[in-house]
Write a protein that binds this ligand. Structure first.
Ligand code: FES
Length: 140
């Protein structure tokens, strides 16, 4: 039986989301099983949001935003790097595997990179298998 991972993406308005838009406008193919939540900045994405997504059964969570140095709120993405590092450790401790959480830098002009990032994340998640919490969760 093939496994198709459910991915939740948090994309910042200025870069990650615009990159997704660029991928769409260029008609680039990327996995359709990513749900994207647009946030103003990755600095807005609390650790609790990420953990809640896994509790709800998502197989992977990606934060996609500006390159370091390009954040429209100066240091939001730098803060997000630290938060993601901590949440990865929590996921490892829980036995979920920190690799299920990614932070990627994608500018508004990098539609192809957005498509590549989502595609490679999907591949990695297929290798990791379903989120062990998935059976008990429903992420409606
Ligand atoms: Fe894009 Fe802060 S505005 S990460």
């Amino acid at each position: 039986m093939s496994f198709e991972p459910d991915i939740l993406g948090f994309a910042c308005n200025w870069c990650g989301y615009a990159g997704a838009d660029g991928a769409g406008q260029a008609k680039l193919k990327y996995p359709a099983n990513i749900k994207i939540i647009r946030v103003m900045c990755l600095g807005r994405v609390d650790a609790a949001f990420m953990l809640r997504a896994f509790e709800k059964g998502y197989d992977g969570v990606a934060l996609i935003g500006c390159h370091i140095g390009d954040c429209h709120y100066i240091s939001g993405n730098k803060n997000a790097v630290d938060v993601v590092k901590n949440v990865k450790q929590i996921l490892d401790t829980m036995g979920l595997n920190g690799a299920r959480l990614r932070l990627e830098e994608v500018s508004s002009a990098e539609g192809p990179k957005f498509a590549a990032v989502v595609t490679s994340f999907r591949q990695e998640l297929i290798g990791l298998g379903p989120n062990p919490l998935k059976a008990a969760a429903s992420h409606g």
